[in-house]
Structure formats: C-alpha cells, structure tokens
Design a protein around this ligand. Structure first.
Ligand code: ADP
Length: 491
C-alpha cells in the first residue's frame, strides 16, 4: 500500500508531545511491513534541522488557492531517520510557520487549515495518489473535508482517509472566515450540525468534528479512551458525533519505537542494559545523580516526565514531589508548561528545592535528559486527569522504571496493578494504579511502590522484569492500522 501521513509533528524533527512519536513510529513500522510511506509536514523555522538528511527542494511554485487568490509555496524533501518527509513552506506575509513555535498562535486554525489545503494541493500537483491518507488531530481535520468536497473532483477520488485523534481537548474551533479562505463556500451547508457545526457553539465550526464526519475511519489512541470519549466528558462535546459514527470508530494503542526507546541500544544513556543485567541500570542511576547533583544514598528515585498542564494532573505531580521525599525517595521532574501560572509555580518549586540532595526539577524540553531519567529512575508517576494513550508509562516499562499511574485512558490498557489487578495473573502485573484524583489515592499507590522497594527488593526487581517483558512496540498496533487501511480501501 502507498500511505501518506499528513501531520503537524514528526519526531524527532518536530516534536511537542506524543503525536510526533506516533507519526514517526507508525510510519517506520509501516515501512518495515513493506508499505510505501511518505510524511507531509509544515516547514517550521524552529524544527530540528539537524535531524534531516539530504534536504533539497522537491517542488517549487506550488500555488495553493487561498482567500480568493493563492499563496506560493515551495516544498523541500529530506529523510528523517529513514522516513521520507516533505516540508511545505508558504511564501506570504502571513509567515505561517516562521513563528519560533509549533503551536500557540492566535491564528493557529488558519495556519493549519492552510497546511491541510497545501498538502492536498501538493498531492494533486505532483500526481501522488496514495491509497491511504492518514491525518492526525484537529490540525488536519479539514483534509478529509476538502478531499471529499473539493479534491475528489480534481483527481483525488480514490483516496481513503484514516483520522487519528490523539487529544480531544483541542478541536480547532473556527469561524465562517475559515470556510471562505479555504474555498468551502457554502457556509450554511458546512455549519450543519451533521457536518462541521460545533455542538456547543452555534456560531463556530469544529475542525475535529469535520475530521470525524468525513473520514473513512477514525480512531483514538487506546481502546479505553475510545470508550471514554463516547461515554464520558473526556470526549469534550464530541461524544454524540462519535456515537453517530460508531461504526467507523475504534481505539488502537500507540506503540513505542524500540529503536529509539530501548535501554539495550539507547545512544543517550551511558550504560546499556536489559532484564538480564539490571546492575547496569544501577550505573545509570548513579550517572543520573551525578548529572543532577543528587545525593548518592540508598533511596529509590521517583520521576515525572511530561508536559505540566491540567491534563497531566499537575496538582498530583506537585504532591508527589513532596510525598515521595517524605517517604524516603528522591524525586526528579522534567517538564515544561505553556500556561504561565503553572510555569511560575514550578519555577518557584525549583528555586525552593534548589539545594536539596533529594530533588531535582528541570523545566524545559530535553530529549537527551529524558532518556537518562527513564534509565536511571526506579519509578515513574503518571497521575493524569485524562490520558488518551500515554507514552511515558510504556517507555518507563521498557526501561525497568515501574509506572505508578492513574487508571484512565491508555494507562488502563497498559499498566496492571501489582496487588489488585483483577484480570492479570500476578506474574503479568507491571506497576501500580490508583483511581481518584485526591492526594490520598496517589499516596496509597506511591506508598505501596516505595515500601516494596525498601522491604522486598527481590519482589521489586521481579516487578521491574515483568514490566520490561511487555511488548509495547509498534508491531501489534502496526498490524491493526494495516488492517484498517485494508478495510477502508476495499469497502
Ligand atoms: P503528550 O500528552 O504530551 O503527548 P505522551 O505521554 O503521549 O504525552 O508523550 C510524551 C512524550 O514526550 C514522551 O516521549 C516523553 O518522553 C516526551 N516528553 C514530554 N515532556 C518532555 C520534556 N520536558 N522533555 C523531554 N521529553 C518530554
């Protein structure tokens, strides 16, 4: 099959979170399975150009119809760790992708609507006719809409769309002017509640809803989150739409790219290890302490790696920092916050704990340090309010870092409580799970983990090994996506 991914991120060249990891990891897996894969991305000024090989101009003078006129684009092409990527660069005073950031601009909906249109225009003009177009999140929600309403009449009539929702929280809410500029002229038609009309705001269109309505198949990134999205508030108002389209909606767990996230080969960690030589993990723990100026004591290290925002349960992250230390553990946090209040809060904590031998707070995005923390820590907390899939607990498992998670979304599908899981036999359990959002719930799970580490080290080691034995590679999800592509191609 010939598959084109259209996305706003692809790790490691453009990565703000899990979406980037998924676009890269899935593409790689599809390639291994013998499919042709290309990735279309915006050409951001701030992406990691050092991860692109052989960048060259692939197409000039791509005229993308826009706002009654057209914007001229060039398209560069290069290899990102073996994956062929096309980078679209518009030349206009809007400077859509020269903003020094990936997201967070007031005109984000315009930026990504333009990108979606340019990607389709690129396929059309270059005679690329993929079997499958795979789009991701609200940024590319207009791709299936424009494909069906415009581009199928110009030559893209055989393409089928798989649309993956990584986060329901951001849906791309826009006004009528977005329809105008993209050439979707019949306002009333698109505002229809069965098309793009937002269920909660009659004056708005919802790009993610468009993606759901117009795609041939939609999935979110874990089976449990697929259920939550339909039946609980985490669908953020789209539950009804998902319900209507349930025949083409499902959940597929993300995978982890074990070429990148594998302690046996990880180029960022000083000592390679597997479940057979865990003493090497201990050396990474020592290296982590040296790197972060932590004390060398007989204590477990608990870590948190991730965005610092409401989704991730920051109030519990904050509590974990202090509670873990009170219970005789060290704590390492690596995170970044976009919300100024949360950012200030953690900077304040950092200053407060600056001289502590038992705690280090690192604010910012640091891929290299993340690897060392996964390798050096004993436990990782993931106390999310909601979590579509979650990668950090799966990476933690691979690195022998026991996850302590809240039982929501993909965390439910990947972490099984050592003491209480009902469905897995003891030898297949791999972490700790709590359910409520209060401090006590987190404390009880952290307590159990830290106690085991201190009082039954052999049992703790067993739990570590059981976790490392799980296969959360792309192998299984890759096969599921291929199954879906096949299904929508022949339907
Ligand atoms: P998200 O909701 O952000 O997509 P995921 O758990 O799905 O959360 O994916 C997070 C990914 O981003 C993981 O690969 C994690 O290691 C990485 N990550 C998150 N925050 C940071 C950070 N501050 N520095 C380095 N890597 C980070």
């Amino acid at each position: 099959m010939y598959i084109v991914q259209i996305a706003s991120e692809c790790a490691p060249v453009i990565k703000a979170g899990g979406l980037g990891d998924v676009v890269y990891g899935l593409s790689r897996e599809l390639g291994i399975r013998g499919h042709g894969v290309e990735i279309i991305l915006p050409k951001y000024d701030c992406m990691r150009y050092d991860h692109i090989w052989g960048m060259h101009n692939a197409y000039s003078d791509l005229e993308v119809p826009w706002d009654g006129g057209a914007i001229n684009c060039s398209v560069d092409c290069g290899w990102v760790h073996g994956q062929l990527c096309f980078f679209i660069e518009p030349h206009s005073s809007d400077d859509f992708f020269n903003r020094g950031c990936y997201y967070g601009c007031l005109d984000d909906h315009m930026r990504f609507a333009f990108f979606s249109k340019a990607a389709l225009e690129f396929l059309l003009k270059t005679d690329k006719r993929p079997d499958i177009i795979h789009c991701h999140d609200w940024q590319t929600g207009l791709v299936p809409v424009m494909l069906y309403e415009i581009y199928q009449y110009h030559g893209l009539e055989n393409q089928r769309v798989c649309y993956t929702i990584h986060n329901f929280k951001h849906q791309g809410i826009a006004g009528a002017n977005l329809l105008e500029v993209t050439g979707l002229y019949r306002q009333e038609y698109y505002y229809d509640i069965d098309r793009l009309g937002d269920d909660e705001n009659a004056t708005a269109i919802n790009l993610m809803k468009g993606g759901i309505v117009y795609s041939n198949y939609i999935n979110t990134v874990s089976p449990h989150h697929a259920w939550e999205a339909r039946f609980t508030e985490v669908g953020c108002g789209l539950g009804h739409t998902l319900h209507k389209h349930q025949h083409k909606f499902g959940g597929i767990l993300n995978g982890i790219d074990y070429n990148v996230w594998n302690p046996e080969v990880d180029g960022y960690i000083p000592y390679h290890y597997s479940q057979n030589n865990l003493e090497e993990k201990l050396k990474n723990k020592k290296a982590l302490r040296e790197r972060l100026w932590l004390g060398h004591s007989q204590k477990p290290i608990v870590c948190y790696i991730g965005r610092l925002d409401d989704q991730k349960g920051v109030h519990l992250v904050h509590h974990a920092i202090y509670y873990a230390q009170n219970r005789g553990a060290q704590f390492v946090l690596l995170g970044s916050a976009t919300e100024p209040g949360i950012n200030d809060h953690f900077w304040h904590e950092k200053q407060h704990l600056n001289n502590s031998p038992d705690c280090h707070i690192e604010i910012g995005f640091n891929e290299e340090l993340a690897h060392l923390i996964y390798a050096g820590a004993d436990m990782i907390v993931v106390p999310s309010n909601y979590e579509p899939c979650g990668l950090t607990q799966m990476i933690g498992l691979k690195y022998g870092t026991v996850p302590i998670v809240r039982g929501v979304g993909g965390l439910v599908n990947t972490v099984f409580d050592r003491d209480y899981d009902q469905n897995k036999p003891p030898e297949e359990r791999n972490g700790y799970v709590f359910y409520q959002t209060d401090n006590q719930a987190l404390e009880s799970a952290l307590d159990r983990a830290i106690n085991l580490w201190y009082k039954k080290p052999k049992e703790f080691r067993k739990l570590v090994i059981q976790g490392m034995e799980y296969d959360y590679s792309w192998n299984h999800p890759g096969a599921q996506y291929v199954g879906i592509y096949d299904y929508i191609r022949h339907k």
